[in-house]
Design a protein around this ligand. Sequence first.
Ligand code: AMP
Length: 224
Amino acid sequence: MRKYLLVGVPGSGKSTHTAMLTRDLDLVRISAGDILRWHVGHHTKIGARVRQAMAAGRLVDESLVEGVMRERLEQHDWNHGFVLDGFPRNQRQAEFFLERYDLDAVICLDVPDAQARDRALSRRMCGDCGLDYNLIGGRPRCEGVCDSCGSHLETREDDTPEVLTARIEDHRESIAALLDRLRRKAPVFVVDASRDPETVQEEIRTLLGLPSHRFGRQQGGDQP
Ligand code: AMP
């Protein structure tokens, strides 16, 4: 059983590296942002409560996120473990999480703010299956169309210059205290995530003592 957490500013590559880790290692990706976006997209009661805060780049109500994450983790569909993306995000959420679960390691993806902004602003997401694309290094085969399900690609509502400023500031304010808290429970590795995704993923795997990502690809792990 492996339990990892990825943290980093918006645009640091949390979703990319979570997807690369889960693809061939039988781990389940648990993303707080994806779950909340699903609620917004499906017009649930929770969606109605979080929509404004998400659109403005603010963290949504703590007790609501905790409830949503508790419910998700209690599904126990993660026999081989999970990779958490975006939760816990601050000290309070870390307390909540660590009272119930442990972690094997935390990966902090370190990217300069300007680069993270550029990446986030060129991000496109499939409105249907949620697959992430990036117009800098991960374009879809056909412009504006998801390679996987053929649906229309959209820009996230919170990937605007103003909202990104708020999200990056929020991250910078909480990250030191969050990492201090997590370090008492699990090793925290800070990785230079300004490099290309393959190189960064290989370093993450070396740090975590996991088989190479390239080996997983040769096995047919993520070939289309
Ligand atoms: P992300 O997909 O991680 O960039 O998150 C998108 C948005 O979802 C954030 O800007 C917040 O509004 C909300 N969100 C995601 N994770 C959390 C969390 N752990 N606590 C509170 N709000 C969150």
